[in-house]
Design a protein around this ligand. Structure first.
Ligand SMILES: Nc1ncnc2c1ncn2[C@@H]1O[C@H](COP(=O)(O)OP(=O)(O)OP(=O)(O)O)[C@@H](O)[C@H]1O
Ligand SMILES: [Mg+2]
Length: 173
């Protein structure tokens, strides 16, 4: 994984939520996991992480890296039949709630999931446009797969939405 470029964090006082975006090139699956591991180092209990990306873009792989970084009990797998899985922390840190809303049909069903666990980091695959309303502040990770002349290129765009994401700056170090 290499940090290709980091946009200047937006510190201007305005009506928009504070946001800062960081872009990472992901050469292989291990790099996706490594980014997850790195993100875990800035995550706090109560954080919501929304993962966006096409089928097979690496959402579960990123979550596995986050789980490893947080030190939660595994295995983290694609929650095909279970919408949400709770992974307890083995070291006293936040647990990980891993959610896949791909098959969730309505906002009512999302609210039924009670995803506001203040003791856990909650990671939601396919969460963009589905769980954003649950929190004013969340981490958005867009996993992109581009097919160009050089073959497949994968990147992650990590954006802190709302307050409290100044801590992302340590990612670019
Ligand atoms: N940066 C990468 N380069 C190449 N392969 C990758 C990369 N990241 C993940 N993969 C691979 O892509 C495949 C799909 O990954 P993964 O299951 O994490 O995707 P997903 O977005 O969770 O899929 P789904 O949409 O089905 O939930 C896996 O075989 C994984 O190892
Ligand atoms: Mg998945």
């Amino acid at each position: 994984m290499s940090a290709q470029h980091s946009a200047e964090p937006n510190d201007e006082p305005n009506d928009e939520p504070n946001s800062s975006a960081f872009i990472f090139a992901l050469a292989d699956a291990a790099a996706t996991g490594e980014l997850g591991h790195r993100l875990a180092s800035v995550l706090l209990p109560g954080d919501l992480v929304i993962l966006e990306g096409d089928l097979g873009a690496g959402k579960t792989t990123l979550t596995q890296g986050m789980g490893a970084g947080l030190g939660v009990r595994g295995p983290i797998t694609s929650p095909t039949f279970v919408v949400a899985r709770h992974h307890r922390n083995l070291h006293g840190g936040p647990s990980l709630v891993h959610v896949d809303v791909y098959r969730v049909g309505s906002f009512g069903e999302v609210d039924d999931l009670d995803l506001d666990d203040e003791t856990a980091v909650t990671v939601v695959e396919w969460g963009a446009g589905v769980v954003d309303h649950l929190s004013d502040s969340y981490l958005h990770v867009l996993l992109k797969v581009d097919h160009g002349d050089l073959g497949e290129q994968r990147t992650a765009v990590v954006t802190g939405v709302g307050q409290g994401w100044e801590r992302l700056r340590s990612l670019s170090l």
